[in-house]
Design a protein around this ligand. Sequence first.
Ligand code: PLP
Length: 458
Amino acid sequence: MQLPFAESYKIKMVETIKKSTREEREQWIKEAKYNLFNLKSEQVFVDLLTDSGTGAMSDKQWSELMLGDESYAGASSYYKMKTAIKDILGFDYFLPTHQGRAAENVLFSVLVKEGMVVPGNSHFDTTKGHIEFRKASAIDCTIDEAFDTTAHHDFKGNVDLNKLEKVLMSYPLEKIPMIIMTVTNNSAGGQPVSMQNLRDVYTMSRKYGVRVVFDSARFAENAYFIKQREAAYADKSIKEIVKEMFSYADAMTMSSKKDAIVNMGGFIGFKDEDLFKQASVFGIIFEGYITYGGMSGRDMNALAQGLYEGTEFDTLDSRIKQVAFLGQRLKDFGVPSQEPFGGHAIFVDVKRFLPHVPKEEFPAQTLAIELYLEAGVRAVEIGAILADRDPVTRENRYPELELLRLAIPRRTYTNNHMEYVAAALGNVYARRNDIKRGVKIIKEAPIMRHFTVELERL
Ligand SMILES: *Cc1c(COP(=O)(O)O)cnc(C)c1O
């Protein structure tokens, strides 16, 4: 008999989580103004809000915390991180930052000016926020297949080279500070970008003289998919694949809260010393001195260790198989999701789940509320609320995909929790026709409104 799959770790410490009653949840979600970000974590049983900073560190990472060097300048922890970044990613220069968006803030302070355009594959919301905040625009060049959740494509995170070249030909090149490649493509459903596509984009970027920056939060998951799906890489190690991926980048921003499996942290990697020096000025103003940039020494140590662990095949295999396990269970209940299943999350296709709730009533948010009421499971809307208003017209933007994201923290929940979540959403699916109305916005912030929006049920 073929042996079943089993995780490549065992549990050393546990944390209690509590179930609640439907009556309690009715009360709490009302008090939270129907925004799941406003819930207290103790009001949640299984928390799939995000896989960012919510993973379980290993015994080795916890040990590294004790070895942290908290010297203001020149700490050994900085050099540990520098060595790991050179070893695994191949960048000679780097700046620590307190998280991914801080890396964007520092780098874009050098690169992005009013009136510029930044092409890429479905820019992440903070990335887009940092571009639009500087009165520049992000142009999405992702392949069309990414927007059809039923279309099969191994690399739905890919850039459409024709769309990209059109942008490169339509603007003066000094107005295009970079091309951003998001690996994996979070907004399209944690979908990977192929090595071929990374190589082709890089080749095109040399032709036009535009730099390529990787938004790298889930680079290791991306490498895993390349190994599984791109024939030429089946026999390469994850670390070899990662090295080649980053050979097609001039710089990178990293949220280490994802594939480096730490609770807080980030960095920027540079190949070019001059850009590193320019960014250092902003790093010092916004984050801290060059050798700690918003991070404690102990956290830099845990991050360095996390980069090694996060690029181990077995770590990735355990993780991505758990995500697929949830995806398959949901599919067994008939719940429609983006396929193939992504690396860090299952993205439920809400246009197919609640087709009768109008887009103006935010169906994905409506489903997030229903799932919470059903079972105390917290997921997140990736739809029109997240998409914000158009910065110029101030009209609501309705993205092609209206999704509910179930993000799985790394090494945190068991497959029994996944069974629980699947059954809960299966129950909501069974009574989907009774959900006739959605929600309306009562209050919203001018940018990145999803974190603080206040809603009312219709
Ligand atoms: C999380 C994330 C960011 C932002 O990182 P933070 O650490 O949350 O600030 C940027 N890009 C992508 C693709 C991400 O997933």
